[in-house]
Design a protein around this ligand. Structure first.
Ligand SMILES: *[C@@H]1O[C@H](CO)[C@@H](O)[C@H](O)[C@H]1NC(C)=O
Length: 306
């Protein structure tokens, strides 16, 4: 029985190690947030996101997309990107005009916030679901389904009024339909591939430091690992072949480029640090663990490993 439990545990741990972030749902979202201050003043922010990682911005002076990463274009051609920029430029000009014009009829009270989201989500089975919605003051008013706009459940009669009008813009509806059912899914898959290829090139960097001494005779050792992806990683304090007990781990924190950062702490007697090293195991290292020995070189970033 005990053996079975150990085997099960081993299987679970191994499974955890192989886990790939892309087996979870992943979405690509374009978000436009507009603050309508008064009848003639609106300020908008546009951004696009792959899950929590911002991939694109918008330069409103030139009316061009800002690509935040080398892989942010996916496999889209220059022509296709130009076409999208053209659509967004037109949409970003007409949308506020329509909202200003109908604000009083729809009982939008200045100042107010409008958020428009266009997105598609890849599910683990491979299905991709598109979404387009408009929210007033943070609550969804209308959303797009089967070629037209529908009032959202909490939108009331205002949502019905808005739908009645926006459903008359047939060209825009066609374009929205194309973006969420074709452009967005194609882009999501290609940008994911480009991102994965980019991440495979990065390898984690590790270094050691000491934390504040917990007491006069004890020392806090810190092993830092940064720039790894995917998330599963094993960082251990070792002596010889012996994994040291009593280590503490920080949460795994995100870096701005989509990779991760982690610290692992070990508290020891100041006289018992000899032979200690930090071992980093990660799928990107191809079986070549990073080993950082204490006391060989000075502590700090860019500590060299062997
Ligand atoms: C609209 O709001 C902006 C920003 O608050 C302000 O500068 C401008 O004078 C306002 N215009 C009118 C017509 O109230």
């Amino acid at each position: 029985m005990l053996l079975l439990q150990i085997l099960l545990l081993a299987v679970l741990l191994a499974g955890g190690d192989n886990e790939d972030a892309f087996q979870e749902e992943v979405s690509f979202k374009i978000i436009r947030s507009s603050s309508f201050y008064n009848h003639s003043w609106v300020k908008s922010r546009n951004s696009a996101w792959l899950d929590d990682l911002q991939t694109h911005g918008w330069d409103s002076n030139s009316g061009r997309i800002i690509f935040l990463h080398p892989w942010s274009k996916g496999n889209f051609s220059k022509e296709e990107i130009k076409e999208l920029e053209k659509f967004f430029r037109a949409f970003f000009i007409t949308m506020p005009q329509i909202i200003h014009r109908y604000a009083s009829q729809w009982k939008f009270k200045y100042p107010f916030e409008i958020q428009i989201t266009m997105s598609c989500e890849l599910h683990p089975g491979g299905a991709i679901v598109g979404f387009n919605g408009l929210a007033y003051q943070g609550s969804e008013l209308i959303h797009f389904q089967n070629n037209s706009w529908l009032p959202s459940p909490k939108g009331g009669t205002r949502a019905q009024d808005v739908c009645r009008l926006v459903n008359q813009y047939h060209v825009t509806k066609k374009m929205v339909e194309r973006i969420i059912s074709d452009t967005c899914p194609r882009f999501l898959l290609s940008v994911l591939d480009a991102w994965k290829a980019d991440l495979q090139r990065v390898k984690p960097e590790a270094w050691l430091s000491t934390g504040p001494n917990p007491s006069p005779h004890r020392q806090m050792l810190v092993c830092h690992v940064s720039g790894f992806h995917p998330k599963p990683i094993r960082v251990q304090w070792m002596r010889g072949e012996q994994v040291q007990q009593g280590t503490q781990q920080s949460g795994i924190l995100p870096n701005a480029d989509g990779t991760w950062y982690l610290q692992v702490f070990l508290e020891v007697e100041a006289t018992e640090t000899s032979g200690l090293y930090c071992r980093v195991r990660h799928s990107s290292l191809g079986g070549q663990d990073i080993l950082l020995y204490l006391g060989k070189k000075k502590l700090g970033p860019h500590w060299e490993w062997e």
